[in-house]
Design a protein around this ligand. Structure first.
Ligand code: ASP
Length: 582
């Protein structure tokens, strides 16, 4: 090896040893008679020192030829430093080189390879290999590695088998848009990249594998947001002979194990909430339960008092913001404007301040008596000094808007600390949701999800009311995982496809293989998949998953480093018979 030690390793106890290090030049500080070099590798930084009268002129001249990010090998003696640096683990020692070998020179990097860099996003992505030299970025990938290893350890201990499923599969109309790959050997035909290994993991259950998992790339051709990537990674899992409760226990166990292994935290009991309650109390199927401010419905109290906005509303619903009564008129106007932006689309905001003496002063005093308002405050369990914020309108919309407002107020009051982790199961999702535009039902999770047995009778009469054996895991308001108990019976699966608007032929063409398999002894089964990148970003306390992916794509789905996607040569197009098709 070109080194005996790493740049993060040597301590005072190593003094007087002769060592060889290799790494990148972080800085050279030349004070004439004495010259320091900071040498960096993945493990840390070690200082080298050259001194006139001690170090040779040759060494000085090599050192003076060095630039930032040159690759350097140094052999020398470990000595105690005169002025120690308590901020780094190697800060008590330095190396007195006897040889310095430049292993490679480097162009001046386009941005500083420092914790705080001067490089903008685009530049950092174009030179991602340099960006990855920076500590914060490298640490994120180290964390990702630890999450993956801890996952494998737990799953292995629980007798799960990691099985690889194919990446070239078949396009299906349900779910997100597929990425497709033309087949040269089958002109005019295309593979699709998997949106998830869903059908394969179910087939593995039919095969008797019993407990499967895979840390696996998935591909979805969707419009991108900060927390989305066209290719992303799941911890994908499936189990046989289980009910929902077994899955919840097993994977609560996984998350508990990960919190311990990665963060050193003991996770409290994970509470459970039905989808219906989540929507009613938080206006969201992924509530952030780090703070309260649950919704309180004021419809009955607020209607019939002559205020036209509330009188015509399907729902009047509010939150009590503790200690925010001192919000000024100006701040409340700003908040109202914020709510009226098209992204949220509220028509207005009604507020009421609870004064120190318990009296309530509202923006609609004209319509409501002090007693009316006192009844609001009591319904909301408001205390003196609290602020009541109320929205109204169509129920679904008002809840969605109030969800945004609640999160915003939580942020403003500093109640959403990324180091405070609150995990939640959301259960009993509806099986179906209606697509107004397409005028048909869609599977809320996916078409393989089993309805709750007690709701099956509703499939014919009131499909929208059928609940699924489906569950999501939510951490701090972010959905990190979701899954379901599956259908394992051909007839029920066929019925599901027909509800979703598939003809028998279409269902057979798309998913015949799965329905056939169900006729050869399919065990009851269910599973879950976790968004691995998202889990990592949560553990890392960051919003964007991009920082936890070595080579991510930008908002337009481009890799600006390798410049992809790109056009391909005519010869390739010809081979693929793509041009002949158009
Ligand atoms: N395949 C599902 C998904 O990607 C997860 C599951 O149901 O296990 O969301």
């Amino acid at each position: 090896m070109l080194r005996s030690n790493t740049c993060g390793e040597l301590r005072l106890t190593d003094a007087s040893k002769t060592v060889t290090l290799a790494g990148w030049v972080q800085t050279v500080r030349d004070k004439g008679g004495v010259l320091w070099i900071d040498l960096r590798d993945r493990y840390g930084i070690t200082q080298l020192i050259l001194e006139e009268g001690v170090s040779s002129a040759d060494l000085f001249s090599t050192a003076r030829s060095l630039g930032r990010e040159f690759v350097l090998q140094v052999t020398g003696e470990v000595v105690e430093r005169n002025s120690k640096n308590p901020n780094i683990p190697t800060g008590e020692i330095e190396i007195r080189p006897t040889t310095l070998t430049v292993l490679n020179s480097a162009k001046v990097p386009p941005f500083k390879i420092d914790d705080e860099t001067d490089g903008g996003d685009d530049l950092r992505m174009k030179y991602r290999y340099l960006d990855l030299r920076r500590n914060p970025v490298r640490r994120n990938l180290e964390l990702r590695h630890r999450v993956a290893q801890a996952t494998r350890r737990y799953m292995d201990e629980q007798a799960f088998i990691e099985v690889e499923t194919p990446v070239l599969i078949k396009s299906t109309p349900e779910g997100a848009r597929d990425f497709v790959v033309p087949s040269r050997m089958n002109p005019g035909e295309f593979y699709a990249l998997p949106q998830s290994p869903q059908t394969f993991k179910q087939l593995l259950m039919v095969s008797g594998f019993d407990r499967y998992f895979q840390i696996v790339k998935c591909f979805r051709d969707e419009d991108l947001r900060a927390d989305r990537q066209p290719e992303f990674t799941q911890i994908d899992c499936e189990m046989s002979f289980v009910e929902q409760e077994d899955i919840l226990q097993m994977f609560e166990g996984l998350v508990r194990h990960l919190f311990k292994a990665v963060k050193g935290l003991d996770l409290a009991e994970v509470p459970r909430m039905t989808y219906a309650d989540a929507m009613k109390l938080y206006g969201s199927d992924k509530p952030d339960i780090r703070f309260g401010m649950q919704f309180v419905e004021l419809t009955d109290l607020a209607k019939g008092k002559g205020f036209p906005v509330f009188d015509s509303a399907e729902l009047v619903v509010g939150i009590n913001v503790p200690g925010a009564a001192e919000y000024t008129r100006k701040q409340l106007d700003e908040l109202t404007e914020w709510l009226k932006r098209p992204q949220i689309g509220a028509k207005g905001l009604i507020y009421a301040r609870v004064n120190a003496d318990g009296s309530v002063k509202s923006s609609v005093d004209k319509f409501y008596s002090p007693d009316d308002l006192a009844a609001w405050a009591s319904a909301m369990d408001s205390k003196p000094g609290d602020l009541i914020l109320v929205l109204s309108g169509e129920a679904d919309k008002a809840r969605k808007q109030l969800n945004e407002l609640r999160l915003e107020m939580g942020t403003r009051l500093g109640l959403r600390n990324p180091d405070d982790y609150k995990v939640l199961w959301v259960l009993d999702f509806p099986l179906l949701e209606y697509g107004e535009e397409e005028a048909r039902w869609f599977a809320m999770h996916h078409p393989f999800t089993s309805p709750k047995p007690e709701d099956i009778a509703l499939l014919d009469t009131n499909p929208g009311a059928v609940r699924a054996n489906a569950y999501d895991m939510v951490i701090n308001g972010t959905e990190v995982g979701g899954g379901s108990i599956r259908i394992f019976n051909r007839e029920l699966q066929a019925r599901m496809f027909s509800l979703l608007g598939f003809s028998d032929e279409e269902a057979k063409a798309q998913f015949g293989f799965l329905m056939d398999a169900f006729e050869y002894g399919a065990p009851p089964h269910g599973g879950i998949a976790f968004g691995f990148d998202r889990l990592c970003s949560l553990f890392g306390g960051a919003d964007s998953i991009r920082d936890f992916i070595a080579f991510p794509k930008n908002n337009s789905g481009r890799d600006v480093m390798i410049d992809s996607p790109s056009v391909i040569a005519n010869k390739q197009l010809d081979e693929l018979k793509i041009r002949t098709m158009v």
